[in-house]
Design a protein around this ligand. Structure first.
Ligand SMILES: [Zn+2]
Length: 329
């Protein structure tokens, strides 16, 4: 076997997945551990162990020399320096970590670190729903809303890597406060958390509509009630779709993509959102921009994070060469 192989690591709030990934997107080995709750030292230790296991497995499978390590993690990531600037609140003490430098020191492998949605966009762009498209926007709808932008074939990073926080684009300056400190963010309306919060807010003002515990309402409840035809739940989903449509038009006006790829837990469970969004977007905004955009569902499932993370080391090896480190062709 001559195919290139790298280690991909997907760091999430509940689990860390590490695997051996080929240039063709094959996952030859994969291991999952629950994310340590003690904080950074424990997580760095977990990463070291996972990498050791991957290296051992690569030897056993007689794989070619590994190209490096790619890591995807939630939060604002300084891509250029490989530093987790501000991580997710789901991982304790996951801020200001020179992850690239630490991993290179501990393992000897060239390492790249990027935001988790950016690496999923790499997987979709090279091997999935966005293959063959040069200008693409990715939106993941789950607990929060993540975004990534591919422009002219490359991930848009901005000055240091913080670009494309599309979930925190305001769609109403008088809207509800978002946990990021801004007002009326797309995430505050159309994420799982946002949908649940909007429903709670409405029912607190109209308690006669609901006799259960309002605090326990989830987005799943809202989708269920809307499917049963309950008008108050339908109006919350309509508001979420409206926010998503205005947000998407803002994105199209800003980036002129030819494709929008939608993924995440909410899309997986509610396919109808894609065609509904497409219909709404077509009637809004600047016609020449919105009419030409296609909409697709993300093609990758659970493995997008680990495959996309590993893909960094295939794509950015030229940077290794510039830095004077060994380079394979
Ligand atoms: Zn926000």
């Amino acid at each position: 076997m001559n195919e290139h192989v790298s280690i991909g690591i997907d760091i999430g709030g509940t689990k860390i997945v590490a695997g051996l990934v080929t240039l063709g997107g094959g996952v030859l080995y994969k291991q999952t551990v629950p994310t340590a709750t003690e904080g950074r030292e424990q997580i760095l230790f977990q990463l070291q162990q996972l990498i050791k296991d991957c290296v051992k497995e690569a030897h056993q499978q007689r794989l070619p020399t590994l190209k490096g390590i790619g890591i995807g993690t939630a939060g604002q990531i300084d891509f250029k320096q490989g530093i987790v600037r501000s991580g997710t609140s789901n991982i304790k003490d996951w801020n200001d970590i020179p992850l690239k430098q630490e991993m290179q020191r501990l393992t000897g492998f060239p390492t790249w670190v990027d935001n988790d949605v950016n690496v999923v966009a790499l997987a979709e762009s090279h091997l999935g729903a966005a293959k063959g498209y040069d200008n693409v926007v990715f939106l993941t709808l789950g607990t929060g809303i993540g975004g990534a932008v591919i422009q002219e074939g490359r991930l848009l990073h901005g000055e240091w890597g913080g670009a494309a926080e599309l979930g925190h684009m305001s769609v109403d300056r008088n809207g509800p406060a978002c946990n990021c400190g801004y007002k009326g963010c797309l995430e505050a309306y159309a994420s799982g958390t946002g949908i649940a919060n909007r429903m709670k807010h409405m029912l607190k003002n109209q308690p006669e509509r609901y006799d259960g515990d309002i605090e326990n309402i989830t987005a799943r409840d809202v989708f269920q009630w809307a499917a049963e035809g309950k008008p108050f739940a339908k109006s919350i989903l309509d508001e979420a779709m409206d926010a998503l449509a205005y947000g998407t038009v803002n994105i199209i006006h800003a980036f002129n993509p030819s494709l929008i790829v939608l993924g995440g837990g909410i899309i997986d469970q509610h396919n109808w959102i894609i065609s509904d969004l497409e219909n709404r977007v077509r009637s809004l905004g600047i016609s020449s921009l919105v009419q030409s955009v296609s909409f697709k569902k993300a093609a990758f499932g659970d493995e997008a994070g680990v495959v996309g993370a590993a893909y960094q080391s295939f794509l950015y090896n030229e940077f290794v060469q510039k830095e004077g480190a060994p380079h394979e062709t």
